[in-house]
Design a protein around this ligand. Structure first.
Ligand SMILES: [Zn+2]
Length: 79
């Protein structure tokens, strides 16, 4: 799996109400994810709050502890 951190792209996606994108060059589909602040487990998107088609808040669900958590945009990565 390719993982990359791209704050500019992350912010662009969120401002467009999206949480995933496709790399036009490789065709690889990226979706935002984050590491659990409690145990570093993989967090996948579980809830998206949108306002006027802008993502205001994303909640991630940890695959290790099963808890939902939110992170700052700079802690979001694309995988
Ligand atoms: Zn966790």
């Amino acid at each position: 799996m390719q993982i990359k951190k791209d704050l500019a792209l992350t912010n662009k996606l969120l401002s467009q109400g999206m949480v995933s994108t496709r790399d036009p060059e490789t065709g690889f589909r990226y979706i935002i994810c984050a590491s659990c602040p409690n145990d570093g487990g993989d967090g996948t998107v579980s809830r998206i709050d949108r306002k006027d088609n802008v993502v205001e808040r994303v909640l991630f669900c940890c695959s290790t502890c099963g808890k939902e958590f939110a992170v700052k945009p700079e802690d979001i990565f694309l995988a």
